[in-house]
Ligand binder design. Structure first.
Ligand code: NDP
Ligand code: GDR
Length: 332
């Protein structure tokens, strides 16, 4: 039976990956950091099946101990400060959590169990400013945020450990991927949550930034399968994972609002607070290599993804309203 250690297991990708690996019969170890309020929302349904290990990405000793306890065949390094907009006000914390932490995790593996297969969650944000489109494994990086810069470090240190120490270390360059478990500050979820709240009369407007940005949005449930496939190959390598289709934020608004018969123009308000100091105007991935070498295929389209997210947010908001009504009735 294979053992996997996942960092970032409470996040969007970690929760889908844990489900997927459990369904394949893996023993799953999850690293969790101490927080004042425990956050198990994404993994509540599989919480008892995960072997929890306490640790923090910025604390090498805790990572060494995590690798010692899990004795893993595979490590998926997903944990990071993952919100691009937060990386300008917190550039040093982002550097620690998104860049240096990768070396911490690689060192923990190298010192305790160097034959472990290692996956690094790299990002299309490394491409940043458009140099070539569509972007593929050989496209030069030109990051446009402290987050993007940190991910470039994480990518190259992963390649460096592969080439220096012969470790089975892969870097997955994943384009934006979303789901009903996406954090509420990311644009897709911010929009689908607002659609549900506006439809139920709980919100009157939606304050947004740059509506012209173009993104290549896929479904997280499809993308975590690519992570696993990378670690099942004979040789370690780096792969772009994307849909090969891009849409503007404006199109996202159109799809989400019109799905519940609303017009986004009646609700969206431009707010400079959500405009970034430097923008990545366009991301479009070419994942030919992953399709050919990994046999990876996409299952959920952009339209299906956004509708799935609106459906889930509508359900959640209805449940919240019912709960509030029941609570008020009980207090009367
Ligand atoms: P999330 O923000 O949903 O999850 C991040 C996870 O990292 C959470 O479990 C969080 O724990 C954990 N974490 C953060 N800081 C620390 C720390 N110091 N020690 C231990 N754990 C920590 O991200 P996603 O699931 O969306 O993304 C997964 C990875 O993939 C990230 O590295 C992200 O940068 C990268 N990526 C994501 C893409 C996407 O479109 N989703 C695209 C390309 C790359 P807690 O619950 O305690 O906050
Ligand atoms: P991104 O995702 O920065 O691409 O990083 P995000 O959803 O935050 O932004 C996408 C685009 O939408 C524009 N935008 C807004 N974004 C947010 N969050 N809120 C707004 O109100 C808003 N208005 C317009 C942004 O300017 C941007 O162009 C995600 C993260 O998951 C990273 O961790 C990951 O590495 C990359 O995707 C690939």
């Amino acid at each position: 039976m294979k053992r996997a250690l996942i960092t970032g297991v409470t996040g969007q990708d970690g929760s889908y990956l844990a489900e997927f690996l459990l369904s394949k019969g893996y023993t799953v170890y999850g690293l969790r950091r101490r927080t004042s309020t425990p956050n198990y929302e994404n993994v509540q349904h599989i919480k008892e099946q995960i072997h929890w290990i306490s640790g923090d990405l910025t604390d090498l000793a805790s990572l060494i101990e995590a690798v010692r306890i899990a004795d893993p065949h595979e490590v998926y390094n997903l944990a990071a400060q993952s919100y691009v907009a937060a990386s300008w006000p917190q550039p040093l914390a982002t550097g620690q959590m998104t860049a240096i932490s990768v070396t911490n995790m690689l060192e923990a593996v190298r010192l305790v169990k160097p034959d472990t297969r290692f996956y690094q969650a790299s990002s299309s944000e490394m491409f940043g400013k458009v140099i070539e489109t569509p972007q593929k494994e050989t496209t030069p990086f030109y990051p446009r945020s402290p987050y993007g810069v940190a991910k470039v470090y994480g990518h190259w240190i992963t390649v460096n450990y592969r080439e220096s120490f012969g470790m089975f270390a892969c870097s997955g360059i994943l384009f934006n991927h979303e789901s009903p478990r996406r954090g509420l500050e990311f644009v897709t979820r911010k929009v689908t949550d607002a659609v549900a709240r506006i439809k139920h009369g709980l919100q009157q407007e939606l304050r947004m930034g740059n509506l012209d940005a173009l993104r290549d949005w896929g479904y997280a449930g499809d993308y975590i399968k690519a992570m696993w496939l990378m670690l099942q190959q004979e040789q370690p390598d780096d792969f772009v994972i994307s849909t090969g289709e891009m849409h503007t934020v404006r199109e996202l608004l159109e799809v989400a609002f019109s799905y519940v018969d609303l017009n986004y123009e009646d609700y969206v308000v431009m707010d400079p607070e959500f405009v970034r100091p430097a923008e990545v105007d366009l991301l479009l991935g070419d994942c030919t290599k992953a399709k050919q070498q990994l046999g990876w295929e996409l299952e959920v389209s952009f339209q299906q993804l956004i509708k799935m997210m609106v459906d889930e947010d509508m359900k959640r908001v209805r449940a919240e309203i019912k709960y509030q009504e029941a609570l008020s009735a009980a207090l009367v």
